[in-house]
Ligand binder design. Structure first.
Ligand code: ADP
Length: 471
């Protein structure tokens, strides 16, 4: 089935509705005018006959008649004469009046429905008679002046006479209908075109975006602030998120291949070296140890990248539950104090009963990333200090060390994925620990900030909203 465009459908609907309304008005005007005109016609018939009643008189002798010089008519009637005054309107405006005997014999005047007229007379009554396929109104009056016995006046008028002015109305209405049809189609086309132009622009822009695979393009947003501008804004917003997610995907692939290239190269080199000829068992063991270390590193990079990408895309959804941050921090600090790498000691000061809403496993990972870094970038025999306290309605967790510190120009970059101040792969870092920690803090409604002085140490501060007491 051929699909009609929205524009054409709108025009069709509006035009049809407008035409229907105009036609309905036309029918109403027609029927009201018809009944009013018919009523006027019947009234005119009655008045004409009533007026003619006084124009017929009886005289015994011709001498008695009014000799006023008028062109009156005289008819012999019984023992005298009937005088029909010249004011008698026997045919005026289509209304014919005639004088009859009660027997039905026509004495004077015209009878347009001869042969079809009613046999009897009905005084003061308007009746409808069909003659030669046409409708007529008939009105009778008995003459009651002295000497006028058994005489009747009958008025007849064709119903179609009342419709004559209506033909004019019909003609005007038909012109009007034609004009309305033209205005409806023309105006409808104009309005529909104008209203749908933004949609056309949007679909063209969307087609260009799709065709050129160019996610940076945006559709134009009209300043009208109507539904269509909101649609364009939503579309652009969707495109922006699509672009971001596409960029994240692209970055993931390029970062992954970049980061995995070195361990892969090391593993391959070790394997090539070991397979080059017979070697002592010691060398094979060393080669396998290198392969295992690089393999673990690759595995950590891939798993960290997946975690981070899931978090950045908002796909890492968790059920928030009350977490006793004080107990969690205390336990983790006790465990991590055992690492005692490079003779570093770990001291902690924890305010009890600090509870937040969130996920214990993720919060634990965030803290262990920060303490892990403090060990990795701490100085020999240094000290790590972990504190947790409540500040108004926030939990403030600080991990401070007295290690290498961070140069001011790097402070902003350390939270970017794979950023490392000193890209030395031997320390086991992946450059993903801090971005993951920040994502976890943000997923809990908080954030991480850093203060550092090169050569003197760094302090990472996490602020999280405290769980509101229920009730
Ligand atoms: P990495 O796995 O390399 O530690 P992170 O994302 O955890 O990755 O940290 C990014 C970079 O920030 C590190 O390579 C390091 O240069 C710097 N950094 C992080 N924590 C500290 C710290 N406590 N002291 C000094 N530098 C740090």
């Amino acid at each position: 089935m051929k699909r009609r465009s929205l524009e054409r459908r709108l025009i069709l609907w509006f035009s049809a509705a407008l035409l229907l309304m105009a036609a309905l008005t036309f029918v109403i005007v027609f029927s009201v005018s018809h009944s009013v005109l018919q009523k006027l016609l019947r009234d005119e018939l009655v008045h004409t006959v009533e007026d003619n009643l006084d124009e017929v008189e009886f005289f015994r002798t011709l001498q008695q008649m009014d000799k006023d010089g008028d062109t009156d008519q005289y008819i012999r009637y019984g023992v005298g004469y009937l005088e029909i005054d010249d004011d008698f309107l026997d045919s005026v405006n289509g209304v014919c009046t005639a004088l009859y005997r009660e027997t039905g014999e026509l004495l004077y005047g015209e009878n347009p429905i001869a042969g079809f007229e009613p046999e009897s007379f009905a005084d003061g009554e308007t009746r409808v008679v069909r003659a030669r396929g046409e409708k007529y109104y008939v009105f009778d009056r008995r003459l009651e002046s002295p000497g006028l016995r058994a005489l009747w006046l009958r008025g007849v008028v064709a119903e179609s006479r009342g419709d004559a002015p209506l033909y004019f109305v019909v003609r005007v209405c038909l012109w009007f209908l034609g004009a309305v049809a033209l205005i409806a189609v023309g105006g409808g086309t104009l309005i529909a075109r104008r209203a749908l132009r933004p949609i056309r622009d949007m679909s063209r822009a969307a087609a260009r975006i799709g065709g050129g695979n160019d996610l940076k393009r945006r559709v134009p947003v009209s300043p009208a602030g109507d539904e269509l501008s909101r649609l364009a804004e939503t579309f652009n917003d969707m495109m922006r998120r699509l672009e971001l997610s596409f960029e994240a995907e692209k970055r993931f692939v390029s970062d992954a291949s970049h980061e995995l290239r070195t361990p892969t190269a090391v593993i391959l080199a070790q394997c090539d070296e070991a397979l080059r000829g017979e070697r002592p068992a010691e060398e094979y063991r060393d080669a396998l140890a290198v392969v295992r270390r690089q393999g673990r590193r690759m595995s950590r990079i891939v798993s960290d990248m997946l975690t981070l990408t899931r978090m950045e895309r908002g796909a890492d959804v968790f059920e928030a539950a009350p977490v006793d941050l004080s107990a969690l921090t205390d336990e983790l600090c006790r465990d991590m104090a055992l690492i005692a790498d490079k003779g570093i000691s770990l001291a902690f000061e924890i305010e009890p009963g600090v509870t937040v809403d969130g996920d214990a496993a993720r919060l634990s990972r965030m803290l262990s990333n920060l303490i892990g870094n403090a060990y990795r970038y701490g100085r020999e025999n240094g000290c790590i200090r972990v504190t947790l306290k409540r500040d108004a309605d926030e939990a403030v967790l600080t991990v401070a060390d007295d290690g290498v510190g961070i140069a001011p120009e790097n402070l902003e970059n350390i939270f970017e994925r794979f950023f490392r101040c000193a890209p030395d792969r031997s320390d086991g870092g992946t450059g993903l620990g801090l971005p993951i920690a920040r994502q976890i803090a943000r997923a809990h409604g908080g954030d991480i900030a850093v203060q550092s002085e090169p050569g003197r140490g760094s302090a990472f501060t996490v602020r999280l909203p405290i769980r509101k007491k229920v009730g």
